[in-house]
Design a protein around this ligand. Structure first.
Ligand code: NAP
Length: 253
């Protein structure tokens, strides 16, 4: 199946490692030009170097998405350098934690505000695209009780609601908006590897919730995100696509 991404311009936040990196690699493999960011300058530079492909553009910059003005300026610079924006995938999260107010502020500013600022800044460009598409990265933590009453879980739920309502608002302008909510994704250097080492009982519990007994990989979740982002998924908008290998237990009516 041709995803229709050849020559499309995509912007991804948080992409030197983990799921974001997997998404960028797949977008490039499908023929898109890509701009991405992360905070650590050396890691951005080495990712840009490693990801170069003849005839395609891959550009990156060290940007902290929590700095609203700096982040919006980077988005505009990236659109100018790529020559437009057809796909936007805001992937950065401040992650979980139970420090109460500190986490609520961080998750609001990073997860929620960077997504909203990105959608608002890029919308005029996505409207011009003719096949504009946003994929917001949610989490299964938003749809079922998980671990503890963390800001992360509740703010991810807010992102899914925002995604649905934005899809209704901008659909008439030809822009699709979806969320993809991964279950546990295991990779070297990722949160689940850390949990395996620091909280082995919790890790084993999580593994037992997955019927086939293994967590997802970066490649598997990237395939879902890139498909939903692509023109091949033209019928899908306003969805929250759960990709969790059976981790969640609710009936999704
Ligand atoms: N891993 C899972 O099991 C899982 C499950 C469900 C949902 N998710 C969601 O999937 C997304 C990616 O998760 P991941 O596990 O792949 O994360 P990760 O491994 O921690 O990667 C995060 C990426 O974002 C960058 N980043 C972090 N904070 C940033 C900031 N403030 N500004 C700019 N860049 C920033 C990091 O580089 P720097 O540190 O250099 O900035 C890195 O490139 C998140 O939204 C997460 O909530 C993950």
């Amino acid at each position: 199946m041709d995803l229709g991404l050849r020559g499309k311009k995509a912007i991804v936040t948080g992409a030197t490692k983990g799921i974001g990196r997997g998404i960028v690699e797949l977008l490039l493999a499908e023929g898109a030009d890509v701009g991405f960011c992360a905070r650590t300058a050396e890691e951005v530079a080495s990712a840009v170097e490693a990801l170069q492909r003849p005839g395609q553009q891959v550009i990156g910059e060290a940007v902290n998405v929590r700095d609203g003005e700096g982040y919006k300026a980077w988005l505009e610079r990236t659109v100018a350098a790529l020559g437009g924006c057809d796909v936007f995938i805001p992937g950065v999260s401040a992650g979980g934690g139970m420090d109460s107010e500190k986490n609520w502020v961080r998750n609001f500013e990073v997860d929620m505000l960077h997504t909203v600022r990105g959608c608002e800044t890029l919308m005029p460009h996505l409207e011009k695209s003719g096949s504009g598409s946003i994929v917001i990265i949610g989490s299964t933590n938003a749809v079922e009780t998980f671990a503890a009453p963390m800001a992360y879980n509740a703010i991810k739920a807010g992102l899914v609601t925002y995604s649905k309502q934005l899809s209704q608002f901008v659909g008439k302008k030809g822009v699709r908006v979806n969320a993809v909510s991964p279950g546990p994704i295991y990779f070297e250097g990722g949160a689940w590897e850390m949990i395996k080492g620091t909280q082995p009982k919790f890790y084993e519990w999580a593994l037992k919730q997955i019927p086939c007994g293994r967590m997802g990989s970066v490649e598997e979740i990237a395939r879902v995100v890139v498909f939903v982002a692509s023109p091949a998924a033209s019928l899908i908008t306003g969805a929250n696509v759960i990709a969790d290998n059976g981790f969640t237990k609710r009936v999704q009516l």
